[in-house]
Design a protein around this ligand. Structure first.
Ligand code: ATP
Ligand code: MG
Length: 370
């Protein structure tokens, strides 16, 4: 297996559309990297640059120890010589070809002998569980099966690198879960270096060895799923990878008695947290819905939880084994994931898990503490 390395890669379309902006990203050999970002922020462009379907405007692309693209050095290895398999955003199966011929297509282009083609297609179809569909047309398959055909076509060349562009976007929620498990399993068994792009945090959190988050073509953070979720580098990442409550406020006082003043939420500050906040005045507190606890009775704070005041329940929805609750504390609305249900209008005590609270700089949006 090989590593894929994008070094300071910039891609500009036309005069001014900067799709990738000084991207630095190393995907280790055999690693499953998930690149996330909103629509139009450069995900497909990144894959196309690795595949050789786009030439970077600046920077270098390496596959293994081979430089495959560099404008400055005048290097550009065409897609067919990169040994990369790509599953496109819309799968793009050939409708007039049977499944067998769809999968065989890349091998026929390579003019591989017929017997070898037959052996390889059957083998990969077996691995992907679509052996019994080889004689059918794509329209005679379910969405999940079509997706497997697209993956089989990418894998049949035995590529060193697998690129997948939103491979689950055409699948309904339930099939998505199975398809994810399937892709993860295949990737693990083949140990193939993989880059998958998606805008869905659930894809990223369940599949990735590591996640890279793109915003307007700029890499915001690269890290383990737990790192990106628990220590997002800025407010954009925090919001993109999951729900988070954000409360703007200021730090009052520096010693004992110091507190975070968010208007209707006030929290005493001490120790490491106070030290990290330093002399900053304007900050944004972030707390995820599952890190807030509600109780009608007063609880003795403990286990990281501190009381931040009282609120009124506005919404409490059953969400299968848990409840999505909306609590109002004066002008502040908090989303809470709770294990117990509440009635609308209930008065509750609100507790924050201070081990999970994050603080961001209000002007730069960067993480200060978390
Ligand atoms: N061939 C092209 N010519 C001009 N602009 C392009 C071209 N391809 C992409 N872009 C622009 O580059 C930016 C990044 O596009 P890209 O397709 O990489 O986004 P994406 O993150 O894959 O979005 P989506 O989630 O919608 O698929 C967008 O502003 C897009 O309009
Ligand atoms: Mg795209």
């Amino acid at each position: 297996m090989v590593r894929v390395y994008l070094h300071d890669v910039t891609k500009v379309f036309g005069k001014s559309v900067v799709a990738l902006d000084h991207v630095e990203l190393e995907v280790k050999s055999g690693e499953f990297m998930v690149v996330m970002g909103p629509s139009g922020h450069g995900k497909t462009t990144l894959l196309r640059v690795v595949a050789g379907l786009e030439e970077p405007t600046d920077g270098e692309v390496w596959i293994g120890d081979k430089l495959v693209a560099s404008a400055r050095k005048g290097v550009f290895v065409p897609p067919k010589d990169r040994n990369v398999g790509m599953v496109f955003q819309n799968w793009a199966l050939y409708p007039h070809m049977k499944v067998f011929d769809n999968i065989a297509f890349p091998l026929r282009i390579k003019k591989m002998p017929k017997q070898e083609i037959e052996r390889r297609v059957k083998e990969i179809a077996e691995v992907l569980g679509i052996a019994e569909t080889l004689d059918r047309y794509p329209r005679q398959l379910s969405g999940g099966q079509q997706q497997r055909v697209a993956i089989a076509r990418a894998l049949v060349k035995e590529p060193q690198v697998l690129l997948m562009d939103e491979p689950f976007s055409n699948l309904d929620a339930r099939v998505r879960v199975t398809a994810r498990a399937f892709v993860k399993d295949i990737q693990r068994r083949l140990g193939i270096t993989t880059i998958l792009v998606t805008h869905d945090p659930a894809d990223a959190l369940t599949l990735a060895d590591r996640i890279a988050v793109l915003r307007r073509g700029v890499v915001q953070q690269v890290g383990l799923p737990s790192e990106v979720y628990n220590r997002p580098s800025n407010i954009f990442v925090a919001n993109f990878i999951g729900d988070i409550n954000l409360i703007e406020g200021s730090v009052e006082g520096g010693g004992p008695g110091a507190l975070f003043d968010g208007g209707d939420v006030r929290i005493p500050l001490s120790g490491k947290l106070l030290e990290a906040l330093g002399r900053r005045s304007n900050v944004v507190l972030g707390i995820r819905p599952e890190d807030i606890m509600l109780s009608k009775e007063e609880l003795r704070a403990g286990g990281g939880f501190v009381s931040v005041g009282r609120g009124v329940v506005e919404i409490s929805e059953f969400a299968g084994g848990k409840f999505n609750v909306m609590v109002r504390m004066g002008s502040i609305e908090l989303k809470v994931v709770s294990s117990s249900s509440f009635g609308i209008g209930d008065q509750v005590n609100v507790y924050f898990n201070m081990d999970k609270v994050k603080f961001f700089d209000k002007s730069t949006k960067a993480l200060i503490y978390g």
